[in-house]
Write a new protein. Sequence first.
Lengths: 103, 655
Amino acid sequence: MELPLFMYLILSLVMFGCGVYGFITRKNMIAILISIELMLNSVDINFAVFNRYLFPGSIDGMFFALFAIAIAAAETAVALAIVINVYRIAKKVDINQITKLKF
Amino acid sequence: MSFDLSILVLAIPLFMFLFLGIVGVKMGKKATGWIGVASMLVTLVICYGIALTYFFQTPLVNGVHQTLIPYNWDWLSFTNKLVVRLGVLIDPISAMMLVVVSTVSFLVHLFSIGYMSDEVGKPEKGFQRYYSFLQLFTFSMLGLVVSTNIFQMFIFFEMVGVSSYLLIGFYYTSPAAIHASKKAFIVTRLADLFFLLGVIVMSYYTGTLDFFKDASHNVMASLLDNPQSTIAACTGSFMGCSAIAWSLTMIFIGGAGKSAMYPLHIWLPDAMEGPTPVSALIHAATMVVAGVFLVARMFPVYVLEPVVMNTILVVGAFTAFYAAAVACVQSDIKRALAFSTISQIAYMMTALAVSTSTTGEGSLGYMASQFHLFTHAMFKALLFLCAGSIIHCIGSNENSEMHGLHKYMPITSICFLIGCLAISGIPPFAGFFSKDEIIVACFHKNVGWGLWMMLVAGMTAFYMFRTYYLIFFWKKHETPAGKHQPHDMPWTMTLPLIILAVVSCVAGFVPAHDLVTANGAPLETHTEWPIAIGSICVALVGIGLATALYYKENGVPTRMKNACLGLWTAAYHRFYMDEFYQFITHKIIFQGICKPIAWFDRHIIDGFMNLLADGTNSLSYSIRKLQGGAVQSYVYVYLMGALAIAVVTMVCILI
């Protein structure tokens, strides 16, 4: 039996909503990073699902999903490096206390 | 000698300019100087060969000296008609100028070996640079006189200006020399601007730049072969005068700048800041005659425009008198000589301007001016080199520090005397013959101009002998303590003086009326004894007056000075021409025009730009508080915004 399209979209929407909520509410920078990953992955699901249901013959959506995963991995590595450096300098990872990088 | 060699006349000085300037620094100073002298000697020999071959061995066609064009290269071919060419043209006046320029240049090269060295013969700093610039100057001047077209002439006119700038400013550590060189360059450059405009106007209408047709080099149109058609081609007019009159006037202004005609003469007295041999070369014998040469070259066209000729006549005659009046009271000997140069150049211009045709009696003035150019170059170079010897010996230009040098420097004194006699127009010295022809030509035009020029001749005799007596007589020389007694200079400096003195004695017998005439054909001249005797008498009166006043120390000159102190002071300050220029440039142009423009630029234009920048800046400052540093609040705002836009979009779609 095949699940209907909207089930996948609901999953994706819930994941994205969790990501946004987490990004806005969490204070730990690592947790914020995880929230960003959550949002990215929800979008990847959309790519795959729409490709599967709307254009079964082609692989463009799959390809973009893979591409986004690779980019996300690189982005995560950079972000983690920044977080580690911020921690080394400021000895904290609380986003509310790191407000010096303005103007 | 074959005319194919004529290109060497330009090639040697140009090569030596580069060679001495680049390689000379590595060689010894003395060696550089002697190489310069030797190369100049070669140039001199070639120039003489060309001139002698041209005048005496080239057959005359229909009794006329032919114009030869051995070289004529197309340089810039813009269109079929507009071609700028570079070449070598030999006709009577350019052959004569080759002789004048190379002679004076060679003697100046030789003289400078001594002059540019100190007491013990050690060459000065910048010796190689000096010789290199001398070669550049010689190159420019020779290139000017052999120009085949007016644009080539303009190029070399500019180069003469540049080399004179370099040589006047040779002592670049002295502020006076720097100011003088800048002044000379700016004034002559301003005049050259008019020259260029004149060339453009003329070539616009006639469609050619070349002086003469040259079938062997495919030059089919020319300015001077048929001057009537040149004038007829210039159909335009502006403010009531024809285009040709405007262009000829502007070309004359260019020449007047170089030839130091009033009111563009102001650069020449200051140019005496350069080394004295340079003054002899540039400001007496060659560069200042460039303007005369220019007018003489364009003479066939000028002579058909009486309005322009009368303008030149008035300018020339006034300059002659003005400069002579100023020269009568100068105490700096070089400055007195400089004003005498201005006066004599004005003589040549006047002589050109009183000519009324290219043939017969009407062309006497043309011949006289070219003859005077030749003789004047010789005796003025002589006078300047004598002044150089004296200045080198005394270390000052002021005649108050000289006096009574006759006993110490007999050779220099005699040479100077010969120069003075020549410039005063005493027979049989060179100046008599040429100046007499000029005065005769002026009398042919009008008795008034003749008497005027005769008066100036008397003043010339007076101020030259005044200078002579104040240097060599007046009272006993007092050698300042710690200085050695003055004496004649080493042979490198005396030999040129002696050569030039001999030339000044005999140059008058050159048969100029057979050689340099307006149409190339020999001109019948006969001495008009009443005028000749009149001018000799005037000169003798001038000399007698100078002898009475300045031979032995007495109080009369001082009393005369005090009797008309105002006039004396005005003449001493050159009738305040420099102050007048200062007033025009500083008070009117700088203060009156440039200052408001600068204010407008600084306050209106810059102000508008600053307003834009300041506005952006203050706006940024006022809104930067929005960036609080709390990352999550940005996201929150962004999210709300995105949602709001989404809602609005959906509402729009649904409605």
